[in-house]
Design a protein around this ligand. Structure first.
Ligand code: PRX
Length: 654
């Protein structure tokens, strides 16, 4: 959007205040919220410092709230030491030891639950097993697991010994796994034989073997959980069954207390270039925001059953499955499989069966379930649900209204939460007992989050129609600290645009007359497909790595379920294929992307052309490709094109 203004086209006037019964029992009431805003405005550091003291169990107290001396590499709570796993488990043992921490349901229908005492013992056993294999604080450990309790146990065990985990989503391919292992220099992988997804087994150990066969010299150990039970290879000396590793381990493990800024985890995410970025989070700041947002935004009470449907491979599964809800002592639900397996009622059956009270999912899932009709959810008892949430992509008002009316009995609050892998926790969101929500708006920034919308020159935009860059003006505790191994890229990606003055989120947004934020989408070359972030360059580099491909350009187009679909324009070495040959090559290239990157990255459309539209200086005209992908009329100036005739080929007309 460098040269054109962003215009907002959405004009949504409906507003839904929270129901009185919700207000009456809410953790945060209007007066509390106003007091928090006032305190953050009056004394920013005092506000965060007091929250950190009240919220976290410190082994040693910190002596400085925020250090700005190396901005934009900010640090928080210097001098303090803590352990995140201790803060999620041990602190509850006395009063909540018997309380259920995790209710698990496998795709095949098997269920299991773990109390806080049992979960703590499992975490300790596995932490001791990691130590027995020589793993130490600061080591990077990659977790490549299905959505089973052991995924959370593995994360918590790493945190317990101060090791830095990097969870790789189980849907990523062997080569994506290899890239992440190599970039992090990981010493161990924790995986499973396989997981169940959509009626099939996802062969995680086989993919791990493939990744390690091609490099990953730093890997010494592979821990393998038996989950699916199929035949796998175990490499002598390197591979170790989870059950054997923990067999003789004690159920107690003294936590390793680390500095506030000690990295808790890396999580790789897509950016504008081909190489994913290892987003690095720090122990104390991350824990603080993850914990308070679970209290404030999900209003978690003692008897709540919280189900965040995100996989632990994404940041949502970190902050609202593996860490935040445990830090507040909540009961969570974890489900291994696909939302529509064996049928479209699976999510609702889980809600009914386990008495889910707070349900948090992605707009993509809502749209997919909405398409299946109202009868399915209506045939389940969803009456215990008292709060709904969404995350990951803009939600269209139609899906929002369906969510409210059909799942929310036309009365319960919906929190549309805006945040990112980089922000660590929810940033802009309704407070469910306070905010009158509007369908499609994530409403207002949380107290202490200084969000703004600025124009190309960094000036705040107040006009309700005008969109601009979404920025955060002040550092906040759970912000990313850097990009692993590439601080320069950290500065360039998030700070350079406005001379280090504020954090640039990469989204465009506008603010209405009530000060409510409306996210309009990414402004960089990042796609949001079914709530998953993918860089156009990542898909392009995989395509050009195919032996027949000379050049590729990837853009997004709107999709009614996935939000965005991937369109790839491909120039081959040699002749442009047509008819059956083009069809065969299309499916070959789609599978290639699936294998090299991830199934979610497979392009929906592939179009072959003799050339890509370029300016005379050789830049691919992406805006033009986007217009074509959407099937819209071309209004851009195409006179600078080398060859105007290729437009027909790109449209698929020639
Ligand atoms: O574009 C925004 C979109 O998802 C991006 C962050 O993706 P990721 O790091 O994978 O984290 C997703 C889960 C936090 C953002 O830059 N996004 C996230 N939440 C919303 C959203 N877009 C609109 N509304 C939201 N509530």
């Amino acid at each position: 959007m460098s040269d054109n203004k962003i215009e907002s086209i959405l004009n949504e006037q409906r507003s839904f205040p929270p129901p009185q019964e919700f207000i009456d029992s809410a953790t945060i009431k209007a007066a509390d919220l106003e007091a928090l805003y006032a305190k953050a405005a009056a004394d920013y550091q005092g506000y965060w410092g007091d929250l950190a003291r009240e919220t976290i169990h410190w082994q040693k107290p910190f002596n400085q709230v925020l250090d700005e001396s190396s901005a934009p590499n900010y640090t928080w709570f210097r001098g303090g030491t803590l352990n995140v796993s201790y803060n999620c488990l041990d602190i509850h043992l006395e009063s909540l030891g018997d309380k259920t921490a995790i209710i698990f349901e496998g795709e095949e229908g098997d269920t299991r639950s773990l109390s806080y005492a049992e979960l703590t013992a499992e975490v300790c056993r596995f932490a001791n097993a990691l130590k027995a294999s020589g793993m130490e604080a600061g080591d990077r450990i990659v977790i490549y697991m299905p959505m089973v309790p052991e995924a959370v146990i593995a994360m918590q065990a790493c945190a317990r010994i101060g090791a830095i985990h990097s969870v790789v989503f189980g849907g990523f391919s062997a080569s994506s796994l290899r890239d992440r292992i190599e970039d992090a220099g990981a010493r161990a992988v924790i995986t499973a034989d396989g997981g169940h997804r959509g009626g099939r087994v996802v062969e995680l150990k086989a993919a791990t073997d493939k990744a390690l066969a091609g490099g990953c010299a730093t890997i010494e150990k592979v821990f393998v959980l038996k989950r699916s039970g199929q035949e796998i290879n175990m490499q002598e000396g390197r591979d170790l069954w989870w059950a054997d590793a923990v067999a003789d381990q004690s159920a107690e493990c003294q936590p390793t207390f680390v500095d506030s800024e000690h990295p808790l985890f890396l999580l790789y995410t897509s950016g504008s270039t081909g190489k994913p970025k290892g987003i690095q989070h720090a122990a104390a700041g991350y824990l603080l925001n993850a914990k308070i947002t679970n209290q404030w935004v999900f209003d978690l009470h003692d008897d709540d059953v919280f189900w965040c449907t995100a996989d632990v491979g994404w940041v949502t599964g970190h902050s609202y499955v593996a860490y935040g809800p445990l830090a507040v002592g909540a009961t969570i639900v974890m489900y291994e499989g696909a939302p529509t397996y064996p049928d479209g009622g699976r999510f609702w059956s889980i809600c009914e069966k386990h008495g889910v009270t707070v349900f948090y999912t992605a707009p993509t899932a809502i749209r997919a379930l909405m398409k299946l009709g109202d009868e399915i959810p209506q045939s389940y008892d969803l009456s215990r649900i008292r709060l709904l949430g969404t995350v990951g992509e803009p939600i269209n008002p139609e899906a929002w209204m369906w969510y409210r009316q059909v799942i929310g009995r036309d009365k319960i609050p919906i929190v549309d939460t805006w945040w990112q892998t980089e922000t660590g926790a929810i940033m802009i969101t309704p407070i469910p007992g306070v905010t009158a929500t509007k369908p499609g708006s994530c409403t207002r920034p949380l107290p202490g989050i200084e969000a703004d919308i600025v124009d190309e020159n960094g000036n705040s935009i107040d006009s309700p129609e005008a969109g601009g860059y979404l920025v955060i003006r002040k550092p906040w505790p759970s912000m990313l600290r850097t990009i692993w191994g590439d601080n320069q890229r950290y500065i360039e990606t998030y700070w350079r645009k406005f001379n280090n003055r504020f954090y640039v989120a990469g989204d465009s947004a506008h603010r209405d007359a009530d000060g409510f934020y409306w996210i309009m989408g990414r402004i960089d070359d990042v796609l949001n497909v079914a709530g998953h972030r993918l860089g156009t360059m990542e898909v392009e580099s995989v395509l050009v790595a195919h032996e027949r491909v000379a050049e590729a350009a990837v853009v997004g187009r709107p999709h009614d379920v996935k939000g965005e679909a991937i369109c790839a324009y491909v120039v081959l070495k040699g002749e442009r294929p047509t008819g059956a040959e083009a069809e065969a090559l299309t499916s070959e290239l789609r599978n290639w992307v699936g294998e090299e990157l991830a199934a979610i990255a497979k392009p929906d459309d592939i179009r072959f052309a003799d050339n890509l539209p370029k300016t005379r200086s050789g830049k691919i005209m992406r805006r033009l490709l986007r217009t074509i992908a959407r099937g819209e009329q071309i209004t851009q100036d195409t006179s600078t094109l080398e060859d105007e005739a290729i437009l027909d080929q790109l449209r698929g007309d020639a």
